[in-house]
Design a protein around this ligand. Structure first.
Ligand code: HEM
Length: 328
């Protein structure tokens, strides 16, 4: 880990220590990771979320619309280096690639001047928790008891009290899993504030749209492909040429909730394509530079700032704690 990463982690932990989350008592970042550990066991080696994954590299180039809509260096139009991690959701490093769960696209942008911007995107337009407290309560409700199983009654009570925790699962059940990491959109479910060249600040979410188009598994493929096809499929694909995604901003309309990531904004809201991400190489085996990175979802001031979405504000510090536990 370089000095810059260490400094950013320290800043993130300090920021979270001062963070006022809307609850009776602010969650401690360690407490969030403890909740993951209560369900999964100690965080060692693997990420507690999206532990299965493939590290890749490439670049991002912002277009004229991106330069207009954000003064952040990533949208300057220069070629920006990117370290990319494709993931499979859940807590199991051997999770099945045909599971109806989310796939992840985590990116670290690095400018020539050494500025960094990290983000994590998922292959669903919504998240499974409205607040960090809800995420933690959902994890703790699923904590295994003495028989190794969660208490069904505790899970039932949690779901009854938090019906919106079911929305993402319902969306995932309604579509087949992606046929490739290269053929699914990846949404940024939280709102950010974009400061444009004209000085205006515009709230926006975004989606990385696959240039290859969206392709999902057929029922037959779900039976025949087996649980581990994604990595080799991606390696074959990138060996034949770059894999590309267009970054598309979506702007809210009247009445859209800016701070609730369990609700997507309607499709008819205005959009703007702001640049293209190109994946040029993937790691031949496990590991690679992604292992030492926690894609912490910081902002890139002054051009992209975090909104007050509590699941966004509360991210950096638990990610830092998780990174320090799995790399100690
Ligand atoms: C309360 C909010 C959240 C908490 C506490 C949380 C916590 C975590 C933690 C602890 C990790 C492992 C970090 C590491 O060890 O490097 C992680 C990874 C991840 N999270 Fe979250 N998360 C939250 C919300 C979200 C949301 C809203 C998204 C969707 C955009 C998301 C997407 C991801 C992805 C894709 C990864 C894996 C990144 C990678 O490949 O390294 N998380 N999360």
């Amino acid at each position: 880990m370089n000095a810059m990463s260490t400094r950013r982690i320290a800043l993130a932990v300090m920021a979270a220590a001062c963070l006022a989350v809307p609850s009776a008592r602010a969650l401690d970042p360690g407490e969030v990771v403890d909740a993951f550990e209560a369900v999964l066991g100690p965080v060692t080696t693997y990420r507690p979320s999206h532990p299965k994954g493939l590290c890749a590299a490439g670049h991002f180039v912002g277009n004229a619309e991106g330069t207009r809509l954000s003064v952040a260096p990533v949208f300057s139009g220069q070629r920006i280096s990117a370290i990319i991690r494709f993931g499979v959701a859940g807590a199991n490093p051997n999770a099945s690639d045909v599971a109806r769960s989310t796939r992840g696209l985590a990116i670290r942008f690095e400018t020539a001047r050494g500025e960094q911007w990290d983000m994590a995107n998922i292959s669903a337009p919504i998240f499974g928790a409205r607040t960090p407290e809800m995420l933690v309560a959902g994890l703790l409700a699923r904590r295994p008891g003495p028989n190794g199983q969660p208490d069904a009654e505790a899970v039932r009570r949690f779901v009854e009290a938090n019906p919106d925790s079911q929305l993402q699962g319902r969306w995932l059940a309604s579509v087949a899993p992606p046929a490739s990491w290269a053929t699914t959109p990846y949404w940024r479910v939280n709102t950010f504030l974009f400061r444009g060249q004209d000085g205006q600040v515009r709230p926006a979410r975004w989606v990385f749209q696959p240039v290859a188009g969206t392709q999902r598994l057929t029922e037959e493929q779900m039976r025949s492909l087996g649980p581990n096809f994604l990595m080799d499929e991606m390696r074959r694909r990138v060996a034949q040429g770059p894999v590309e995604f267009d970054m598309v901003l979506q702007f809210p309309g009247q009445g859209d909730d800016l701070l609730n990531p369990t609700v997507a904004w309607p499709d008819d809201r205005p959009r703007a394509t702001v640049g293209r991400l190109t994946v040029t190489s993937v790691e031949a085996g496990p590991g690679g530079p992604c292992d030492g990175i926690s894609f912490m979802n910081l902002d890139m001031e002054p051009g992209v700032a975090m909104s007050d979405d509590p699941t966004l504000q509360a991210r950096a510090a638990p990610y830092a704690v998780s990174l320090s536990r799995r790399t100690r």
